[in-house]
Design a protein around this ligand. Structure first.
Ligand SMILES: Nc1nc2c(ncn2[C@@H]2O[C@H](COP(=O)(O)OP(=O)(O)OP(=O)(O)O)[C@@H](O)[C@H]2O)c(=O)[nH]1
Ligand SMILES: [Mg+2]
Length: 212
């Protein structure tokens, strides 16, 4: 399958916040009710269609030991981040962000995710807190549920849209893979806009991709 661009993502956050489930819901459209602890890093990939371009999302799902700021930024500074928080980590987001921005290009896209939105009665960070933090620090923010699939599609795709928007604005050197972007094989650029794509996991972003 050809593509115009490949975007590299990394999902990080404490153990049990639902990182692997988010990836599984996005790539396979299913939910894993049992906590299967991730050791090291696992990978997923899926094609999406943004503005008529086929884009491959290559996603690293990290175990929690990988998610600590130091390890993550030294080993994967060239990945756009999806940060899944719980209360304990939310309180340390500022220092995590400083570290992230110190080791990566300042244009790298960071999405802040409050997962398990289906468990409203057990919420420990108010939606408004997440929104305010994201607004203040220039992050994208979403609450998701890997269980119900609420906003999962949107989280991954909104991140891709933001990266794509920055490419269009010339904010990334797309020839420098340190920016978490790779140009696809040459032939993909001329054939990438095909709505006839039959890739199993491909998706068109439209207003009907809602949830909840
Ligand atoms: N209710 C609910 N449960 C969820 C959701 N996402 C994940 N879970 C559950 O939370 C537990 C942990 O999910 P994982 O995806 O394995 O968590 P993780 O962040 O990958 O954890 P590590 O690999 O240990 O870092 C599992 O029992 C999941 O079924 C969600 O959105 N809603
Ligand atoms: Mg995991």
């Amino acid at each position: 399958m050809t593509y115009a661009y490949l975007f590299k993502y990394i999902i990080i956050g404490d153990t049990g916040v639902g990182k692997s489930c988010l990836l599984l819901q996005f790539t396979d459209k299913r939910f894993q009710p049992v906590h299967d602890l991730t050791i090291g890093v696992e990978f997923g990939a899926r094609m999406v269609n943004i503005d008529g371009k086929q884009i491959k999302l290559q996603i690293w799902d990290t175990g929690s030991s990988w998610s600590t700021a130091g390890v993550r930024h030294h080993k994967a500074p060239d990945h756009h981040s999806m940060f899944c928080y719980r209360r304990e980590t939310f309180n340390h987001l500022t220092s995590w962000l400083e570290d992230a921005r110190q080791h990566s290009s300042s244009n790298m896209v960071i999405m802040l995710i409050g997962n398990k939105s289906d468990l409203e009665s057990r919420r420990d960070v108010k939606r408004e807190e997440g929104e305010a933090f994201a607004r203040e620090h220039g992050l994208i923010f979403m609450e998701t549920s890997a269980k119900t699939a609420c906003n999962v599609e949107e989280a991954f795709i909104n991140t891709a849209k933001e990266i794509y928007r920055k490419i269009q604005q010339g904010l990334f050197d797309v020839h420098n893979e340190a920016n978490g972007i790779k140009i696809g094989p040459q032939q993909s650029i001329s054939t990438s806009a095909g709505p006839n794509s039959s890739q199993r996991n491909s998706c068109d972003v439209g207003p009907d991709s809602g949830c909840c």
